[in-house]
Design a protein around this ligand. Structure first.
Ligand SMILES: [Mg+2]
Length: 378
């Protein structure tokens, strides 16, 4: 694996035009998929049918005290978006020595703080001030525990306690939980080159997940979403990412899971029992495979999200991944209006998403103090 130099050397200006429809579609449909899956995350297909009828969930149901509630998947994806903005501003300000993974680590320590740990304990080496900076972490609606993953909490606690940052060479554990891929899609913003997005997402994944199927799936999702944002189609993007994946060490499991997802999709729309052959989605390669398969077979975004959440397994994460994909394909307008209206923190998600479009716009030279206060560049 050769780390490419563009994002380190700062290949500016950023000439890529990201269509708002596709980017906001990817971000918000990810959140909608997460919210659709939240009520059934820990239910088997049998239990889902018993509770919601033969078709399972067909819209939002109650979870965490209301309908349309997002979970840790979306919370962490939002902090990934924020890290992309802050890291990119830093790159524009010529902080070339600053690696994107460091900015993402900082962002995830802020998320860790939202889960109930005081900042001076949660921030580790980033906790130089009494309070964390930027606006996102101060959104009270994010300060809820929504079944956060144990691997992620343990890794971030470890970093806060002084442990070295996890990287692709310094692996901090052997976890391949889906906690890295579920939050990775926003890394698609990072560069004009999808391979850079792959690398940054894999590095961001390795902050908490040391198994290749944990962080390579994150890289793969960011790569595919990158291609979709730029107008590519899903089958082609999957072929392209497969060609990249096979060049990485220990990628066999991820490649095989994607191959199985594609071949299942070729046989038509899978029942929940068929989908179970791809696994439960608790680990990275299964979550990616389920999200991909549902996205490939669906006639429209709503259908894909419902396929992605109605199965025994990690429904909110598979819903989020499928939403990241289909939202980028079909755009914001394809999300049913009633799902958008009832989505928790919809305004926060959209505000952050639109700010990302400002930062990642061609020849952006915005460096005014209020921007830097909302998005401190580290
Ligand atoms: Mg979740």
């Amino acid at each position: 694996m050769a780390l490419r130099s563009r994002y380190v050397d700062g290949d500016l200006p950023y000439d890529r035009v990201i269509p708002a429809e596709r980017w906001l579609g990817s971000l918000l449909a990810g959140a909608v998929g997460d919210a659709l899956g939240a009520p059934v995350e820990f239910l088997s297909t049998h239990e889902i049918r018993a509770r919601f009828g033969p078709d399972g969930v067909t819209g939002y149901e109650e979870a965490y005290g209301g309908r349309g509630r997002i979970t840790d998947d979306t919370q962490m994806a939002l902090f990934t978006v924020e890290a992309m903005i802050r890291g990119h501003l830093g790159r524009r300000l010529m902080f070339f020595e600053q690696q994107p993974a460091s900015v993402v680590q900082h962002a995830y320590q802020r998320w860790y703080h939202t889960q109930g740990t005081p900042w001076h304990q949660a921030g580790g080496s980033y906790a130089m001030e009494a309070e964390p900076d930027g606006w996102l972490v101060h959104e009270r609606g994010l300060h809820h525990r929504r079944a956060p993953g144990a691997t992620v909490l343990t890794a971030l606690k470890g970093f806060a306690g002084g442990a070295e940052r996890g990287t692709l060479s310094h692996k901090i554990n052997d976890s391949k939980g889906c906690g890295a891929v579920m939050r990775a899609a926003p890394c698609a913003l990072w560069s004009e080159d999808p391979l850079d997005s792959f690398v940054v997402a894999a590095q961001a994944g390795a902050l908490t997940h040391g198994h290749p199927s944990g962080y390579l799936t994150a890289g793969a999702l960011a790569f595919v979403v990158h291609r979709l944002l730029d107008g590519g189609d899903l089958p082609t993007a999957l072929t392209e990412v497969r060609a990249e994946l096979v060049t990485w060490e220990d990628s066999e499991e991820t490649v095989q899971a994607l191959d199985e997802a594609v071949s299942m999709a070729e046989r038509g729309k899978p029942s929940p029992d068929m989908l179970a052959k791809l696994g439960g989605g608790w680990v990275g390669e299964e979550a990616l495979a389920i999200g991909v398969c549902a996205a490939l077979v669906a006639d429209n975004l709503a259908e894909g999200l419902l396929i992605a959440v109605n199965h025994s397994g990690d429904s909110d994460s598979t819903g989020a991944i499928c939403g990241n994909l289909l939202g980028a394909v079909h755009g914001l307008r394809s999300i049913p209006a009633e799902w958008l209206e009832e989505l928790e923190l919809r305004e926060v998600i959209e505000r952050l998403g639109r700010d990302a479009l400002v930062e990642f716009s061609p020849a952006n030279s915005l460096t005014d103090p209020s921007w830097r206060e909302r998005y401190p560049a580290w």
